[in-house]
Ligand binder design. Structure first.
Ligand code: F6R
Length: 365
């Protein structure tokens, strides 16, 4: 049931501190601040030459963020692919390499077909799924569960952040096994993850501000989302979330790509949501924001206090996120991104939990 919420989506957004915390507790030892993957992995991360992450939609964007983490923390070569493309590309696959499949339902036809294809080609298969009785869970060699609980709203929210949590712990585990992370690194990173549920609760406090902002966004025909690093896939997710439930056209771009085309779209009618925690690439994002501001674009900036102070532009609105270790910021910044889509859809009066033309589980290819 919806408890006291108007929609399942709202309830599920608000459940995130709790279910992301449950998921974390499954994959780390809270007391020692060590990662502990609760199953024996049938492969050795030191022998993996390449990881392919394969999923659809929101799960694909979780995988895209996971790619950044596995590369940086695990020093692994990672490709991210859309399930419906992976199978037909005839990409060379290395026997004994690893394919990771991400799916809330565990029944998505394209993801399942890609899993079977990977098995035929001798890859190790690991799935990150929410429904443990699902076909993808059963057919993969290793299954890591997200503890999101049942997700009813068609637009994925809590499953996404729980997928991110599993990917974050897996990336730390890989880095540890490959000798890329020391015990101190591990403890520092795990400590950062333990903070996430509390930070998500703080991020939920931006809701009244986002509700007001949604009334402006609802007047727009198009919305652009920009980010760098892990904020780039999160920008893609923000655009997907907005378009699927509010039916407003939205696109996500890597902030640095702006000047290679999409900048032509910018005028005073185009809100530009910039996802920019104060991190290693913040300065670069600032110059992209200046490009937007110089063309009259209305910037909605999601950042922390430090970022707000250094932004060097006058945003239409700044949504201040709590200070945190930048590595895992995507987990927390997902919250305002989801809230913005949700409240915009509510203003538009759409069927938030059951958007038109969409099904919760896509069992056709
Ligand atoms: C978007 C959304 C879809 C799903 C996609 C994959 O909000 O829900 O893009 O993420 O259809 O579904 P699963 O994760 O069940 O494989």
């Amino acid at each position: 049931d919806k408890a006291n919420y108007r929609h399942f989506m709202a309830k599920e957004i608000h459940e995130q501190p709790e279910v992301v915390g449950h998921t974390l507790a499954r994959y780390v030892d809270m007391a020692t601040e060590r990662v502990s993957i609760p199953v024996d992995l049938p492969f050795d991360f030191r022998e993996i030459k390449r990881v392919s992450i394969i999923a659809c939609g929101t799960a694909n964007y979780a995988g895209y963020i996971g790619k950044y983490w596995l590369e940086r923390l695990g020093r692994l070569a990672v490709e991210i692919d859309i399930a419906s493309e992976f199978r037909y590309r005839e990409a060379p696959l290395g026997e004994g390499d690893l394919a990771i499949f991400i799916s809330q339902s565990g029944e998505t036809a394209d993801t399942l077909a890609a899993l079977r294809y990977a098995k035929q080609h001798g890859l190790h298969t690991l799935s990150i799924v929410n429904v443990t009785t699902s076909t993808i869970a059963r057919e993969s060699e290793t299954m890591l569960q997200t503890l999101a609980g049942p997700e009813i709203g068609v637009a994925s929210t809590k499953a996404f952040t729980c997928q991110l949590m599993v990917l974050a712990t897996l990336a730390i585990a890989a880095g540890k096994m490959r000798g890329e992370l020391s015990e101190e690194d591990e403890a520092r990173l795990v400590h950062g993850l333990i903070e996430v549920p509390r930070l998500m609760s703080e991020a939920l406090a931006t809701e009244p501000q986002i509700d007001r902002l949604a009334r402006e966004i609802a007047k727009s025909r198009d919305v652009l989302y920009l980010g760098r690093g892990t904020s780039y896939p999160l920008a893609l997710e923000g655009a997907l979330k907005l378009k699927e439930i509010s039916y407003i056209h939205a696109e996500g771009y890597a902030a640095g790509e702006l000047k290679h085309g999409p900048i032509a779209l910018i005028d005073e009618n185009m809100p530009v949501v910039v996802i920019a925690p104060y991190d290693r690439v913040f300065e670069k994002t600032v110059s992209n924001m200046q490009e937007v501001a110089a063309r009259g674009g209305n910037i909605i900036l999601m950042t922390d206090a430090k970022g707000a102070a250094e932004a060097a532009v006058e945003p239409l609105e700044t949504i201040i996120m709590p200070d945190m270790a930048a590595t895992f910021a995507a987990l927390v910044y997902a919250v305002p991104v989801q809230l913005l889509a949700y409240h915009t859809a509510v203003v538009m009066g759409t069927d938030v939990d059951q958007p038109r033309n969409l099904a919760k589980s896509v069992t056709v290819e």
